[in-house]
Design a binder for this molecule. Structure first.
Ligand code: FAD
Length: 509
């Protein structure tokens, strides 16, 4: 693989970093790099085009976003006030397994292990008993979510609330503006203008200058491509090929519309399966975000817009807005002196709210391997290896939802249920079907508990449980389960309503 280093550039200091794009990816990158890199020696410039604008979606996140915000010095109360944010305890899936059924994929982990035996194995053995019931009874985030309650977790592990884990829903435009304030305060220079052409070094192919439409030139040593689906530098100038995953994930369109806020303010993203895709519902303080993700081979744009509007639970606040996308990733993410972060690197549909996390992950890995002088091929290769593994692991988890659907008789869903999936996913499903065993690999973003929630939520059950469970005393286990369910339910009942918590936090900002 060409890591980019050549005799000509190996020793050149990386003094000027140029970020192309001012969407969520661009401003997250700017805020994070300003925090760590901007100093007297190194300059960071962000170029964005007001005419082109941003994609303007991407409003549901997963828990690691909190660490990102904390790292760049964003205070939670100020952030919630500035971005219309609400709290998110997981995702509610409707109609994905059984057409009339629902399940939660909550954040955090359920229960606790029993002498080293994983909690889900204990639950699998006893789940048929009427006094045991669904897994989510033993999951702090799920119990609070079902009651529309929220509170911050406490650190004391003896308290059930220590097991609560959360992320946010926020207004994408307001979040980008918030990050911009952080980045500019940290010394980032913003340039408004459209990149019309890209100059490359004649010998090593590195990007040397961006030519803006008004004739200005922007030079740089490292270029971070945050130009969205255009992938201006990595896909365009560097011609790094795109690996298409549409044979596993055939949805290629979305139509979105905001609607009026609806109370109670739910601390979950909702995903409802529809005839040829699924509809999201994201509760914010000032509106509800809605969108239908669908396959254009099965549904036309007008029908999709009609389906979206018919599925709203409040008055629409605008007209439906169509979007096109392609699911897949670039064959490499860092090539020569260009690193792609965000939609320019790849896209997985937002079923598990992973895109913004992949931005965060790309930034963290870039900072961990940041070049000082020139580009060491071994570091470039490591970045590409890590990001490839991360994208592919998320891909498998997203495909699982489609593969495990129970919507028999609908052509879109029938094709997905019977498709061949990546070997890595097939072997994980097969292992689970045997005795419910699952393992978290190094690159996995999602925990064993997440896999169990989706597999069982959509009706994939193992033939048996791990025989280790039989070494436990059943009566003691059942008493412990009852105690756990009671503790979670009493803890949730003592939490403030989610909307009251949001109001309280806003007021304290
Ligand atoms: P963009 O927002 O498109 O920004 C690109 C930037 O590049 C813009 O500033 C643009 O002006 C600039 N630019 C482009 N070309 C030029 C040029 N020639 N000159 C100068 N500037 C240029 N993610 C989640 O985590 N959760 C979700 O719930 C979620 N929902 C989604 C729903 C849909 C339907 C889609 C399509 C995506 C969703 N995503 C979600 C993904 C999320 O929106 C993106 O990951 C995130 O917004 C980052 O986008 P970006 O910054 O890479 O691209």
């Amino acid at each position: 693989m060409d890591g980019g280093g050549s005799a000509l550039t190996l020793a050149a200091p990386i003094d000027h970093v140029v970020i192309v794009g001012g969407g969520t990816a661009g401003w997250m990158t700017a805020a994070a790099t300003a925090h760590v890199l901007a100093n007297g020696r190194r300059r960071i410039t962000l170029v964005e085009s007001d005419d082109i604008g941003t994609i303007g979606v991407g409003e549901a996140t997963i828990p690691p976003i909190r660490a990102f915000n904390a790292r760049i010095g964003v205070d939670e109360a100020g952030f919630v006030a500035a971005t219309g944010a609400t709290f998110k305890l997981g995702i509610e899936f409707r109609g994905w397994g059984d057409r009339d059924g629902r399940y939660l994929h909550p954040f955090g982990d359920p229960g606790h292990d029993f002498s080293g035996v994983p909690f889900h194995q204990v639950w699998l053995k006893h789940r048929h008993r009427p006094d045991v019931g669904p897994l989510q009874r033993y999951w702090m985030s799920a119990v609070a979510a079902d009651d529309a309650r929220f509170d911050r977790p406490r650190a004391d592990p003896s308290l059930p609330i220590s097991q609560l884990n959360y992320a946010y829903h926020f207004d994408a435009g307001l979040y980008a503006a918030h990050l911009r304030r952080v980045a500019e305060a940290g010394g980032i220079r913003r340039v408004e203008g459209r990149v019309a052409a890209v100059d490359q070094h004649g010998e090593n192919g590195h990007v040397t200058y961006l030519r803006l439409a008004d004739g200005r030139l922007i030079d740089g040593d490292l270029f971070i491509d945050c130009s969205g689906f255009r992938s201006l530098l990595l896909g365009g100038t560097m011609a790094v090929p795109f690996q298409d995953w549409s044979h596993w994930l055939p949805c290629d369109r979305a139509v979105t519309v905001p609607s009026a806020r609806r109370d109670p303010l739910l601390p979950v993203t909702r995903s409802t399966a529809r005839t040829a895709g699924w509809q999201w519902r994201i509760p914010l303080q000032h509106r509800t975000g809605n969108g239908l993700v669908y396959s254009s081979a099965h549904l036309d744009e007008d029908a999709a817009a009609g389906m979206l509007m018919a599925g709203l639970d409040g008055p629409a606040l605008g007209d439906p807005r169509p979007l096109s996308f392609r699911t897949g990733r670039r064959a490499r993410f860092w090539h020569r002196n260009v690193v792609a972060i965000g939609l320019s690197a790849g896209f997985l549909e937002p079923l598990e709210s992973t895109s913004i996390h992949l931005v965060q992950s790309g930034i963290q890995k870039l900072l961990a391997l940041f070049p000082d002088r020139g580009f060491a091929p071994v570091e470039v290769d490591e970045y590409n290896r890590l990001m490839t593994a991360q994208f592919d692991a998320v891909r498998d988890f997203v495909i699982l939802h489609y593969k495990a659907n129970g919507r028999v008789g609908e052509p879109f869903w029938d094709a997905l249920r019977t498709m061949a999936v990546p070997d890595s996913l097939a072997s994980r499903i097969n292992l689970f079907r045997e005795k419910g065993r699952l393992f978290r690999y190094d690159d996995d973003l999602f925990s064993v508990a997440s896999w169990v929630a989706v597999l069982t939520g959509q009706g994939i059950w193992p033939r048996g449980h791990d025989p280790l469970v039989d070494s436990l005393d059943d009566q003691r286990v059942l008493a412990a389960l009852a105690g756990l369910a009671d503790a979670y339910s009493r803890t949730a009942a003592a939490m403030p309503a989610h909307d009251r918590f949001v109001d309280y936090l806003r007021a304290s900002a």
